[in-house]
Design a binder for this molecule. Structure first.
Ligand SMILES: [Zn+2]
Length: 191
């Protein structure tokens, strides 16, 4: 689902246990808030139990749907700022999302890994990487974070980015190693 600034919001469901989590609920204006209402209605209709609202970082366009989703589900809001750290596992049903700390776009950035899928927030996009224009941005750290992703996850890991900015909706870590516009600057090639 797309929201403000072409944000992606991801809903992850364990079909077996009906437990679920949402990543970066975002909206812009009334019309898009309706899309969050569709998500909460969908959860209710299917008896899905939303346990977590996970934020990849604190930027407004990734967190502004938190309260709306929480008031409709009582899910817990979690992020780096609530205490998530490297290698923590977020568990709901049979799904385990592993936390990878990826500072650079902001100091509080995290990515979430599960079974060759990675949710990258604004750390990595299809063809590009996050801007480093916030007060706590750090390009060197962003480069180190991207190299960490490339070395700690398999190359065929599917990337689910925080914004719909690329030619395709998804990509893989291996593809981005050589094709990302910043792969040279961040020394991603040949890793
Ligand atoms: Zn951001």
């Amino acid at each position: 689902m797309k929201g403000l600034l072409k944000n992606f919001t991801y809903l992850i469901i364990c079909e077996k246990t009906k437990k679920a989590a949402i990543i970066d609920p975002a909206y812009a204006g009334k019309k898009l808030k309706c899309k969050l209402k569709r998500i909460t209605a969908y959860l209710k209709q299917n008896d899905y139990n939303l346990e977590y609202i996970i934020n990849t970082h604190r930027h407004y366009d990734h967190v502004n749907g938190n309260e709306f989703i929480q008031s409709n589900t009582n899910a817990e809001i979690i992020s780096y700022n609530s205490g998530l750290r490297e290698n923590d596992l977020i568990e709901f049903g049979e799904i385990r999302l592993k936390v990878i700390e990826t500072p650079g776009h902001t100091a509080d950035g995290i990515c979430l890994y599960c079974d060759k899928n990675i949710f990258t927030g604004d750390t990595l996009f299809v063809g590009d990487s996050g801007a480093t224009v916030s007060k706590d941005s750090d390009r060197q750290k962003l480069g180190a974070s991207l190299r960490k992703l490339m070395t700690s996850c398999p190359p065929d890991t599917i990337v689910w980015a925080g914004h719909d900015l690329g030619k395709t909706k998804t990509t893989t870590l291996g593809y981005e190693q050589t094709h990302n516009v910043n792969s040279e600057e961040y020394r991603l090639k040949g890793m």
